[in-house]
Design a protein around this ligand. Structure first.
Ligand SMILES: NC(=O)C1=CN([C@@H]2O[C@H](COP(=O)(O)OP(=O)(O)OC[C@H]3O[C@@H](n4cnc5c(N)ncnc54)[C@H](OP(=O)(O)O)[C@@H]3O)[C@@H](O)[C@H]2O)[C@@H](O)CC1
Ligand SMILES: Nc1ncnc2c1ncn2[C@@H]1O[C@H](COP(=O)(O)OP(=O)(O)O)[C@@H](O)[C@H]1O
Ligand SMILES: [K+]
Length: 507
């Protein structure tokens, strides 16, 4: 699914109208017809449509007509200055009038108390309110009668379905412009609006569906912003199939540097996740004093300790991917080891946890190396790496991740609810995962999965996107029956879930 801003919508509209000669009223009717599919007409009979005078309002007026045509009871309220009504909205308003569908008009300068009372009563006597006051055209504070109406809808609410965006939100930034409709469902067009990704907007947008307005795919592709929400089909199209002639060397040889005294669990989880994700050969490199305990747990993996210099050098040179950092300790030794591995290797390297902690103030070492680097910070680690506060990163997480990736020529996976994966140009939002997964070891498991997928030869960026998706997907399935989901439980499910995804070769 594509992510877009108000600008993307505007640009697409202009291209369609001016270059491809698709009249706006045609796109609007497509929007109307695709929206009404989501209005639960088999459940409800009484609808109120509240429209503004922009094109979002025009969508609403057309929706009212289509509902009426399907035998529904519809009341329409139009708010705004009639001299500003857009041509397409005017056309739809004229049709409603010709059909004798009554429209109550609230003029921004007039005395509206009676009509506002009428709106309250109508809300009480209806099943669903369709909100079409503002769409992607809203950019400034909502005041006056618009504010009154939105407050009335929120306080007297029955079911509210917002068209394109909940009225009151800036579709690009997610800023709430004073007041905003709290929708139960948002039926958005063409793009999942970038503003919806801001954590604070979740209480306004409800369930979001994205519908098409009839713009040909190749046009959208040409003008999209390279920002997407990962779909299950994308993941299925990228997972490598095990064909009957495969042997272990076809599935990559990966090395994981992880663990230290007291943190052997991190090393175990990361290695085990790589094994269960399908790697041909997995070797864990750790301190000698935890090697035995890990060897006894990771029966299908190999282990090496830092004293075995020749062996480590060989591993580094021959690995198809290297994971680094979980449970290693935030200390000088870890930094030295990171620099050593970076210097000696040229395969993709995935850095997490203490590998990231030691990069703070040393980020330049990444610029000197030739490896493709993937970092997987959570908000705290991202804050330490960038020097920006957690609250700032939370507010601007897409842009912070994108800028940091671009600046350092790396792939950033910023963890949390709706994990971000970006190389500074393309950005994917991961829709899977949940708070039952917020416990120790989950990140180690993700590192193991990413290392394994890259080591198996998936295109590097896509491998990161797929690993994040499957990691969260398993978490979502398990959380349906478990209050808390831990990394070992995720790891146990990887092979069976991978089998589900393993439908075609796409390398
Ligand atoms: N390709 C697609 O996806 C398609 C999208 N379509 C639809 O078009 C929608 C975008 O339509 P749009 O550009 O006309 O903007 P919209 O949101 O209706 O708002 C503009 C109106 O609001 C007013 N206004 C603004 N701020 C205000 C404030 N604070 N307080 C008060 N008033 C304020 C503004 O007034 P003005 O700023 O001029 O004073 C103007 O009257 C989009 O969301 C989708 O639903 C489809 O129909 C076709 C294909
Ligand atoms: N609320 C949430 N929604 C979605 N995913 C989550 C949520 N909380 C945690 N996760 C996922 O769980 C993993 C936790 O990783 P991390 O914070 O590094 O944990 P740890 O360091 O304890 O292993 C990440 O992949 C993260 O995206
Ligand atoms: K709206």
């Amino acid at each position: 699914m594509r992510i877009g801003t108000s600008m993307s919508t505007k640009r697409l509209d202009e291209v369609c109208v001016n270059e491809y000669k698709i009249p706006l009223i045609v796109m609007m009717e497509n929007a109307i017809l695709s929206a009404i599919k989501h209005l639960d007409m088999d459940l409800y009979d009484k609808y109120i449509v509240v429209s503004g005078v922009g094109n979002n309002g025009g969508d609403g007026l057309g929706i009212a007509r289509q509902l009426k045509a399907r035998g529904k009871d519809v009341k329409v309220f139009v708010v705004g200055s009639m001299e500003k009504i857009t041509p397409c909205s005017k056309t739809n308003l004229d049709i409603l009038k010709a059909m004798n569908i009554s429209c109550r008009t609230l003029d921004i300068k007039g005395e509206n108390i009676n009509i506002l009372e009428e709106l309250k009563t109508s809300i009480k006597n209806s099943d669903v309110l369709v909100d079409c006051i503002f769409g992607t055209g809203l950019e400034r504070e909502v005041k006056g009668v618009f504010k009154d109406i939105i407050n009335i809808i929120n306080t007297n609410k029955n079911l509210v379905y917002s068209i394109d965006v909940p009225s009151g939100i800036n579709a690009t930034t997610g800023e709430i412009l004073g007041v905003c409709i709290k929708a139960d469902k948002t039926i958005s067009f063409e793009f999942y609006k970038r503003g919806f990704l801001k954590y604070e907007t979740k209480e306004y947008i409800g369930d979001v569906v994205v519908e098409h307005v009839g713009i040909p795919e190749h046009i959208i592709k040409k003008y999209d912003d390279n920002e997407y929400i990962t779909s299950i089909d994308f993941v299925k199209g990228n997972i490598k199939s095990k064909n009957k002639f495969s042997f272990k060397n076809n599935f990559g040889k990966v090395t994981i540097f992880a663990g230290s005294k007291g943190f052997s669990g991190a090393a175990f989880i990361a290695s085990e996740a790589a094994i269960k994700s399908g790697s041909g050969l997995v070797t864990l490199v750790c301190d000698e004093d935890i090697q035995d305990i890990i060897s006894s747990k990771v029966s299908e993996g190999m282990t090496a300790n830092y004293k075995e210099e020749n062996r480590i050098n060989k591993l580094i040179e021959t690995s198809s991917a290297i994971g680094f950092g979980c449970g290693m300790g935030d200390n000088k030794l870890t930094l030295e080891r990171l620099e050593y591995v970076l210097n000696k290797s040229n395969c993709p390297m995935i850095i997490d946890a203490d590998g990231l902690n030691v990069l703070k103030n040393n980020i330049n070492i990444l610029k000197k190396c030739e490896n493709r680097i993937i970092i997987t910070p959570h908000l705290g680690e991202m804050s330490r790496l960038t020097g920006k506060s957690i609250s700032y990163i939370k507010e601007n997480r897409l842009d912070v991740a994108k800028e940091f990736a671009k600046e350092n020529n790396i792939i950033v996976l910023l963890k949390g609810y709706e994990t971000i994966i970006t190389d500074g140009n393309i950005l994917y939002i991961n829709p899977t995962g949940n708070s039952a997964m917020a416990n120790g070891g989950m990140g180690d498991c993700l590192l193991g999965m990413i290392t394994s997928f890259i080591g198996q030869g998936l295109e590097i960026f896509n491998a990161v996107v797929c690993a994040a998706y499957i990691h969260g997907y398993i978490g979502d399935i398990l959380s349906k029956k478990l209050y808390t989901v831990n990394a070992t439980q995720i790891i146990n499910e990887i092979p069976s879930i991978m089998n589900e995804f393993d439908i075609e070769i796409n390398l």
